[in-house]
Design a protein around this ligand. Structure first.
Ligand code: IVH
Length: 670
């Protein structure tokens, strides 16, 4: 990469981190997980290490990224509140130690104070003569927000300390957090417990803070003239003696090997804790050594946070529900005790299908490992059999549809000669309530009719109110009735009406996708629309029992034809299309009937040069020709590319069909 490109890329990453800092610190509404945030930060650090000319005042190596809110008075910290650098594996830990030995110019035996890293909000408490005189948030590390009254509402924070050993002037620092159970009972909009703690702590009115049960665990000091206490672990014991809560799992360890094995064990055990922790903090235990090592721009040289992997977690299955999809597929979903996975609270996990449950022998009550990666729905990776109760019973998958009671079947796939893993409700129309709702949700979705004023929740609500039973009902809604519903106003109703009206003009391919025929996704709907050109023409294939003709379309096979037949065997689907075609303006595809290739049918065999099959096909269609997929009498030209199928060439010859090379075919167009 050129220097200018590296700089451009670096700037892009800095802009990204700035955006997420604002979302996290100022708006209390992060849009990415901590792990993703750490990844961007790491990329910036790596770039800065590799290319020394890269530096930005907004780099996380220069700032803590956060400007205190204007809502509170500010106060400069007497000792800066820094963050910790992160380690993700043993290599990072070895590097951390190596840097310490280099700095001290000596290889020494190190003792570590090991402390769980609670995922909360740090706060600093200034005590003078035993009285809590000020409490601040971290702010930008140099200046914090004065939130004394809010902090005073937390029961774990002593307002007055009488212990004779307690220093006359000290800043006690620690973490404010909310316990998992309290968070789940809150029923609020926060994405995770940390956001709830942060939001609560920064309320303008302390009585609002008091409503949320916050906790405080102390772990370090800011300003403190200390010549007595020699070790971090001793300081923690003093904190306890003075009346602060400290973490019950704090311990002292010596080697990286010990740190590594404790981390490994704790990574699983953490799910049994009452609060979220996202790693372990390792601090050099000797306070003299800490002093000698000091700080880099924004983190101490004597401490590091060893993070846990953020995309999986253990939880317990409280129930297994069966969801019915648009095509009748029964999908088992595990309801789990809510668990924080990489910053997102997860309470459901898909179990995919009946076979998956049988294969993994997943049962209600089981402790399971759940994985959440990107936008993929969280799923169960394994069952912890050791934690299974003796009287636990195998999960019995229902034989009938939980929505309409119809029989369910597993289809036999003639091609793979296997039964489908998915069990389906046989009711493929609008008689099954759940299927009907899902069909309507599909109808309004982005790639279908794209009615964005009508979300999935609204569909459910309108269904419950008996406003809609079929897709066409969307176009006969009584807007006056909607206006009277809770949560609706003039503006939202007029937006809804606007997006419904807008959707009335629709392309054929969108419409064919929207009606929800199994196996006819966006791509196949496009193929059908290109072939049939108009809804009238499409329906004439249906009415004349000529659906098999679609086999001529490259890409449409027996599976799609069978699915179309099954769909139209159900008269209600037919009625829905009839009604919708009267309401909607389904645009025809422009037919160029007078092109150079009119009345010509083509078929390809072999690989074309510098052109995909799809491009070749549209070239033919643009010139009024058509493409078929089998050699028969109706075929006029067989176009042969590289490595053609001999059998097809032979058949064509036998039937007297003209054979063209790619070049000859192109010359027909010129
Ligand atoms: S010590 C100079 N100890 O982690 C080091 N921090 O990224 C100051 N945290 O802002 C922090 N548990 O919010 C320390 N036992 C612990 C901690 C801890 C959680 C948080 C704290 C800090 C962040 C560092």
């Amino acid at each position: 990469m050129k220097n200018s490109e590296i700089k451009k890329y670096y700037k892009k990453k800095i802009d990204e981190i700035k955006k997420h800092n604002k979302l996290y610190f100022q708006d209390n509404s992060p849009k990415i997980s901590d792990q993703q945030y750490d990844q961007i930060k790491k990329e910036i650090f790596d770039l800065e290490n590799k290319y020394s000319y890269l530096k930005s005042p907004s780099s996380p190596s220069e700032t803590l990224g956060y400007t205190p809110s204007k809502n509170f008075t500010k106060s400069q910290h007497r000792v800066r509140m820094l963050s910790l650098s992160n380690a993700f594996g043993v290599e990072d830990l070895e590097n951390f130690e190596k840097k310490i030995f280099n700095y001290l110019n000596n290889k020494i035996d190190i003792e570590y104070s090991v402390e769980p890293k609670i995922d909360g909000i740090s706060a600093s408490l200034t005590y003078k003569n035993g009285l809590l005189v000020m409490g601040t948030s971290r702010g930008d590390g140099t200046t914090g927000e004065v939130i004394t009254e809010n902090l005073k509402t937390i029961k774990d924070i002593p307002h007055k300390i009488t212990d004779l050993d307690f220093p006359k002037d000290i800043d006690i620092r620690g973490e404010v957090f909310i316990k998992k159970d309290d968070f789940y009972n809150l029923k609020n909009d926060f994405a995770n417990p940390r956001n709830a703690a942060s939001g609560s702590l920064r309320q303008k009115n302390p009585s609002e803070t008091k409503k949320i049960p916050l906790n405080f665990i102390a772990y370090t000091y800011g300003y403190f003239q200390n010549d007595k206490i020699k070790k971090q672990s001793d300081f923690l014991s003093y904190l306890k003696k003075w009346g602060f809560k400290i973490n019950e799992y704090n311990k002292v360890l010596k080697t990286i090997k010990d740190l590594e094995s404790f981390h490994k064990k704790f990574e699983n055990d953490r799910f049994n804790l009452k609060y979220d922790i996202d790693g372990l903090v390792y601090k050099i235990n000797s306070l003299d050594l800490q002093k000698r090592l000091g700080f880099t721009a924004n983190s101490p040289r004597w401490a590091i946070a060893h993070k846990f992997s953020a995309n999986s977690a253990f939880s317990q299955i409280t129930d297994i529900n069966i969801q019915v999809g648009r095509t009748g597929a029964l999908t088992p979903v595990a309801r789990i005790k809510p668990v924080n996975i990489g910053g997102v609270v997860v309470s459901n996990a898909t179990l995919h299908n009946e076979d998956e449950i049988i294969r993994k022998d997943i049962r209600i009550g089981d402790t399971v490992k759940i994985e959440r990666a990107g936008d993929v729905i969280p799923h169960v990776i394994l069952v912890d059999i050791k934690k299974r109760k003796k009287k636990s019973k195998k999960f019995v998958f229902p034989n009938n549809c939980p929505s309409c009671g119809s029989d369910t079947i597993k289809e036999f796939n003639r091609i793979t000669k296997k039964y489908d893993a998915v069990r389906r409700c046989v009711n493929e129309g609008y008689d099954c309530e759940k299927i009907a709702i899902e069909k309507i949700k599909h109808f309004i979705s982005k790639e279908a009719m794209n009615i964005d004023g009508l979300g999935k929740k609204v569909v459910e609500n309108f269904w419950d109110l008996n406003f809609i039973r079929f897709p066409q009902d969307i176009y006969n809604l009584d807007y006056n009735k909607i206006l009277n519903l809770e949560g609706w106003g003039e503006l939202s109703v007029s937006n809804l009406k606007y997006s419904i009206d807008q959707s009335k003009k629709v392309s054929l391919e969108r419409f064919l996708y929207a009606i929800g025929i199994r196996h006819i996704g966006v791509e196949n709907a496009r193929l059908l629309s290109e072939y049939t050109k108009s809804i009238k023409n499409f329906m004439s294939f249906v009415n004349k029992n000529k659906l098999n003709d679609f086999l001529n379309i490259d890409g449409i096979g027996e599976t799609q034809i069978n699915s179309l037949k099954k769909f139209f065997d159900n008269k209600i689907n037919y009625v829905v299309i009839e009604k919708l075609s009267k309401i909607l303006n389904i645009s025809d595809l422009k037919l160029n009937k007078d092109g150079k290739l009119r009345n010509c049918t083509f078929m390809f065999t072999g690989k074309l040069l510098n052109m995909s099959r799809a491009e070749a096909k549209s070239l033919i269609e643009e010139n009024s020709g058509s493409v078929v997929s089998s050699v028969n009498k109706k075929l006029k030209y067989l176009i042969i590319g590289e490595k053609p199928t001999n059998r097809k060439v032979q058949q064509a010859k036998e039937l007297g069909i003209k054979i063209l090379s790619q070049k000859e075919w192109i010359s027909l167009l010129d």
